[in-house]
Design a binder for this molecule. Structure first.
Ligand SMILES: Cc1cc2nc3c(=O)[nH]c(=O)nc-3n(C[C@H](O)[C@H](O)[C@H](O)COP(=O)(O)OP(=O)(O)OC[C@H]3O[C@@H](n4cnc5c(N)ncnc54)[C@H](O)[C@@H]3O)c2cc1C
Length: 349
């Protein structure tokens, strides 16, 4: 049958898939549970080149960033809204050991395209110990709330969005396509985030997902617009509020309720970064879909060629979802070879 695709899940993964199909003129239906707190709804939307304790460039950053920039701008133009904002990013170094590590790393050629030539100057009235850090270029903030909501409204206007909780047993597939609720599709793509670990066809994928919490905070940073990071990151938003995050909990029961110790640590980190009096107005928690030792995985199920999967975006969904979605769609519709490092069938077991 001609391509017509059922997408399960409207997080960052499913939304990027739907836009890819729309841009190609391929019909699709996207179904989402519309839960209040999902990973994509909670995410801060930070896009950061130099990350982590090791101060290295995020995997394939330049490739993903180029695609994300162009993708979110195209979506924004279509929806006449802006949700992608390049932002300065200041990484402050925590202690002598981190300063020593940075002094060894800073000349690394891989880092140079992302280093701002000027050291950061920060307002010492609002930031503790503002010396010893570096500024990054090509960082950005995706307003995930606005992007997801505006995209949903657009897909609704196309008659291509449905609220629903799709049960794997209700999606029947054969060699030529897929059937769900009496409708026929060429493929189904499960883009359901961490709950895919309960999907009977994908239970063999080694998920190792992590619960995370972000605070919404009112604090006056006296006009600071850059993203700041030391011990935690702090994102000033245009409405004057800040988001502060985030925690990683590898063992959890309730996906949307944080344990108290990491939450207290996050607040302590905030107070050791910012001097400004802060009021926490919201605490949001969700689970990042992480697949053990993988940057993400995609492709079709080894025994069900019409059943596809895109998952494991970890903490990089804003950056990576546009490129990953296009890659999967090109594989499904045009037979393009999957990148071996991202191929579910090569890496999932
Ligand atoms: C605290 C925290 C902070 C983060 N910060 C950042 C950040 O700064 N930058 C960044 O890039 N990323 C960040 N992330 C990670 C980012 O949120 C993820 O990479 C991304 O959201 C994963 O998207 P997804 O679409 O794969 O999954 P999800 O967002 O989980 O989306 C899956 C969707 O599928 C729906 N669904 C599931 N099963 C079904 C079903 N059976 N039927 C119908 N619908 C279904 C769910 O309701 C959900 O809407 C953060 C995550 C957390 C938790």
């Amino acid at each position: 049958m001609p391509p017509r695709i059922l997408i399960i899940g409207q997080g960052l993964a499913g939304t990027a898939l739907a836009w890819c199909l729309w841009e190609r003129g391929v019909p699709f239906v996207i179904v989402d549970r519309q839960e209040a707190l999902t990973c994509s709804k909670v995410a801060a939307g930070l896009i950061t080149p130099i990350t982590g304790m090791r101060l290295t460039v995020s995997w394939r950053y330049a490739l993903f960033y180029r695609e994300a920039l162009s993708f979110y701008r195209r979506c924004g133009r279509k929806l006449q809204q802006r949700f992608f904002f390049p932002r300065g990013y200041v990484r402050l170094l925590k202690n002598e050991a981190e300063i020593a590590k940075w002094n060894k790393r800073r000349a690394d050629p891989d880092l140079q395209p992302f280093l701002h030539p000027q050291p950061p100057t920060l307002n010492a009235e609002v930031i503790h110990e503002p010396a010893n850090g570096f500024q990054q270029r090509h960082a950005a903030w995706l307003d995930t709330t606005r992007y997801l909501q505006a995209s949903r409204e657009f897909f609704v206007s196309l008659g291509a969005w449905m609220q629903g909780d799709v049960q794997p047993a209700d999606v029947r597939d054969d060699a030529t396509g897929v059937e769900w609720q009496g409708q026929r599709f060429s493929h189904v793509i499960w883009a359901q985030g961490w709950t895919a670990e309960k999907h009977p066809l994908f239970s063999w994928v080694p998920f190792q997902s992590a619960r995370g919490t972000i605070l919404t905070v009112e604090a006056d940073l006296q006009g600071e617009q850059r993203i700041l990071n030391r011990g935690c990151w702090l994102l000033p938003r245009p409405d004057g509020t800040l988001r502060v995050g985030s925690t990683y909990e590898w063992k959890f029961d309730d996906p949307n309720t944080p344990a108290s110790a990491p939450l207290q640590q996050l607040e302590a980190n905030l107070h050791s970064l910012s001097k400004a009096p802060a009021t926490v107005t919201d605490v949001q928690t969700a689970v990042r879909p992480i697949i053990k030792n993988q940057q993400a995985l995609m492709g079709t199920h080894p025994a069900h060629p019409r059943v596809a999967f895109l998952n494991g975006l970890g903490s990089k969904g804003s950056l990576r979802s546009p490129w990953l979605a296009r890659h999967l769609i090109e594989h499904l519709l045009e037979g393009a070879a999957l990148d071996p490092e991202l191929d579910l069938q090569r890496n999932g077991i």
